[in-house]
Structure formats: structure tokens, C-alpha cells
Design a protein around this ligand. Sequence first.
Ligand code: HEM
Length: 440
Amino acid sequence: MPIELDLDDIQAGCLRGRPNPYAGAYLLLRIDDRRDGRTLMRRLVEAVHPASQMPDPLTHVSVSIALTHAGLQALGVPQDSLETFAPEFRQGMAARAAELGDTGPNAPEHWESPLGSTDVHVVILILAPDLAVFEATLQDTRAALDDLPGMSELWRQDVSSPVDGKNSFGFNDGISQPGVEGSGVRRSNRQEPALKPGEFILGYPDETGSVEPVPQPDVLGRNGSYFVFRKLYTDVAAFRRYLREQATGPGDEELLAAKIVGRWPSGAPLALAPDADDPELGADPARNNNFLYGDDPRGLKVPIGSHARRMNPRDSVVIGEVRLHRLIRRGATYGPPMADGAVEDDGADRGLMFAAVNAHLDRQFEFVQKQWIGDGKFIGTPGERDPLVAGREAGGQFTIPSRPIRRGLRNLPAFVVNRGGEYCFIPGLRALRWLGDLTT
Ligand code: HEM
């Protein structure tokens, strides 16, 4: 029997894709007066689409509302209820830094204020199909705050898809997503089975065959999920310089970059286009994610340590169960693109507002961050971390299997720095109303 999801109650942002192209922003708010916080919840719920009513995710504005643990506290959610949330969420991302490998330049003491502080309570994420719709939605959102002196806007991070659709490193992004049973969303890879909805939405059976207890009361926890976001600065100049230094010739730079990512700049997967980019393949949603790795056990086409293969090894032989560690990604690019060919840092802030939806912070986001990004044991390369996104202070290494002999990249610098993030709870619509109606 297929599982029925209560799509009328689940925020669209959990299950439905974002517009593409997009213009939007993260707004972070603090609740100084719980009555105003509650009024805001009642108002904002009207702006959030349920997953059942998202006419066309590609052209429609998407507004998502999420709360940190401190935010639930500030709204007056009772302590016995707060204690039923996942321990990692209760601690918050900053407190988990050592576990997550957020050390050195990635450590919370270097994070952008107010990220990682107990001041961050409410997260509003607006993603619109163009700048005009974004500005109008932002205005409406701010109007909802106008007469609420007990709410403070602390931080705003704009995001937008670059003109060519590529992320700051020059790659198409957001292509592969897990299928979710009962979501009504088309699977991006027909060869991968859809996952049980309990992997992403609380209150449903998950891939372990059980339904985990939801945060209490049921009306608050059911149909919610955990929303993780991190501002990931990308050092594009360092990436380009490194490729240039390591390349054996001009075409080799693009090949090395593709081996690091697991896809070509157009999004064409190395698994289907091992020798050269194929922009038509990259742009074709019916084909660009339709592959497994079983025919490439040694990684001759797609290195087993490449970013995309680590992040979803599909049918590769790895230690552990891939299906227990999947994420729905909701990332968005921020900052201006770097000038074509430039290799000197221009000082601009650019990167990815990484975001993911998952129902189990411990075995999904945290596991991926710690094991699949931060360690290589699961693929048999203990010393190698994710070549694209791992934080590192000393130089990293990356093996590119090839014939007659493999290539080894050495002294990889850090290309990505974590500027801060938060663990949030993304409630269902009934839960948002329940929060708005709290009286204690
Ligand atoms: C600035 C940092 C990052 C950049 C530039 C980046 C870039 C990319 C690119 C270009 C792809 C391939 C295209 C696609 O399938 O969407 C990809 C895939 C993916 N990335 Fe990242 N990524 C970043 C950080 C992360 C982090 C921190 C995580 C997880 C904690 C992550 C998880 C994934 C996943 C799950 C996939 C899909 C793999 C698949 O199903 O084939 N990424 N990323």
C-alpha cells in the first residue's frame, strides 16, 4: 500500500523544489516578546504554501518558516515538549561544531554574527522566480512585522541564481534529489527506489521500517522536519589556481574539476559522459540523473572520492547503508560570480547557502558531514576527505583512478569555509497555527 502523506499540512519547501531561476533571501529574526512572536506565526502561516498546493514550483514563490530551539523556547513552548525534540537540535549547530569538524577557520568563534548565537529564533526563507516577485514578497513579509516591536530582524542574506545557472565554482547544482514515496514529486533518478517519507517528514515510516516518535504534542511534531542551513563561503580563486597548477594542459583543468565534483559544469554526470562535457545531457532532467555506479566499481569514470559520489554513493559498495543517509537539498547561491578566468581573490563574499531537509539529524545531516565529507573510511580511503567541500587546515589528498596509473592530487587547500549555520525545526502548517495560539 503506498503511504499517504498529509500534503495539505507539510510546508511546500520540504518536498517541492525551488523556483529556477530564483531570487530570494534568508531573514533571521529574534523574538523579544512572545506575544508578538505568536502573532507573527499566525500571520506568516498564510504566506506558506502546503506541499499539496504548489502550482508550479519552478515559477512560483516559495516561503518557508523554520524555528531554532531557542525560537521555540522564546515562543513559550513548554519545557517537557522541548525535551521531546532531537538532542542535536536542542544543542544547536554551534554546540555540535567539534563533532561536525567545524574547527579552525570553520569554528563558531569565526562565524558571522548572529549565526550560532541564541538570538536566532525564526528563519524565513523566500525564494521567488524573479527579483520583482522577491521584492514584493519581502515587502509583504516585512509588513507582517511592522506593528510587532517585540520582533527584531537581525540578519539578511540574499541569494540568487547566477545568469548562467551555475554555482560559484561554475557548476550546475541542485540536480540530484532523493525520491520520496507519496510526495507526488517526480523522481530525478528512476533507477534509485523512492525512499520512505519518514526519512524526511516526521510521523511516517522510515527506511528502518519504523515510525519514530514525533516531538510532542503530536500537533507540533507531525508533518514537520529538521531544516539545516550553513553559509558556505567558496574560495573560487583558490579553486581555479589549484586546478591550473595541477593541470597537465588547458583541457585538463576542466577534467580535474569534473573529477573532483563528479559532474561536468553543465551538470552532465561523468557516469554517462566520462570523457567530455555534454551540455544537452546536462540540461535534460530525464537523463542527467539517470545512472548508478555499479558498472564503475573502481571509479575509473567517477572517482569514488568525488563530491557527488561521496554524497550519494548510490549502488557503490560502501560501509553502511546509503539509503539511511540521504538529504533533500535546498541550497541557493549567494554573492556575485567571479570574473571569468580570474585567479586572484577579488574579496567578494560568494558561495552557497547550503540547506537540507531531513527527519533524523544524527544519521542524515550529521552522519554525512562527519563520515562522508570528513572521512574516507566508508569507501576505503581513510585519509581522504571530500575534495570539494571538506574543511581542512593541512593539505588534503584526492585519488583519481585512471589507466595505466592513477593520479593523485596532493596539498588540496580548503575551497569552502563554513561561515555559520543553524539547526531548525520546520513545522507543519497546523503546528505553526498551534504555535501562534499558545497562551502560556
Ligand atoms: C559550497 C559547498 C558545496 C558545493 C559548491 C556543492 C556542489 C555540488 C554539486 C555541483 C553537485 C552535483 C550536482 C547535483 O547533483 O546537484 C552536488 C551534489 C550533492 N551535494 Fe554538494 N556542494 C556543496 C556542499 C555540500 C554539502 C555540505 C553537502 C552535505 C552535507 C552536499 C551534499 C550533496 C548531495 C547529497 C549531492 C547529490 C549527490 C547525488 O545524489 O548524486 N553538498 N554538490
